[in-house]
Design a protein. Structure first.
Length: 94
């Protein structure tokens, strides 16, 4: 869904950060803001849309939940948070 809007678009012209944010915000709303995977997606969407403060906030919330649940997602979130804090979006290297 929203992650595919940003991650799977190989060319910048194919990415739609605003649409990704819209979809990820809706998914986050439906999940009650308690799903670290959706928050991870929301953070990536914000970063793609150059909303870096929001990306950092969503990423930190996702990291807190991932750490609390003991998921492997936490390491991925830590590395992406560094990008967002530096003002850079994450693009899948594939």
């Amino acid at each position: 869904m929203a992650k595919s809007e940003t991650r799977n678009a190989s060319k910048t012209s194919q990415r739609n950060g605003a649409k990704a944010v819209q979809l990820a915000e809706r998914a986050n709303q439906l999940s009650g803001g308690s799903d670290p995977i959706i928050l991870h997606t929301l953070a990536a969407a914000y970063a793609e849309n150059r909303q870096f403060p929001e990306a950092v906030q969503a990423g930190q919330q996702a990291l807190e939940l991932a750490d609390a649940n003991g998921t492997a997602l936490a390491e991925s979130l830590r590395s992406k948070l560094l990008l967002y804090q530096a003002g850079s979006p994450y693009h899948d290297p594939k």
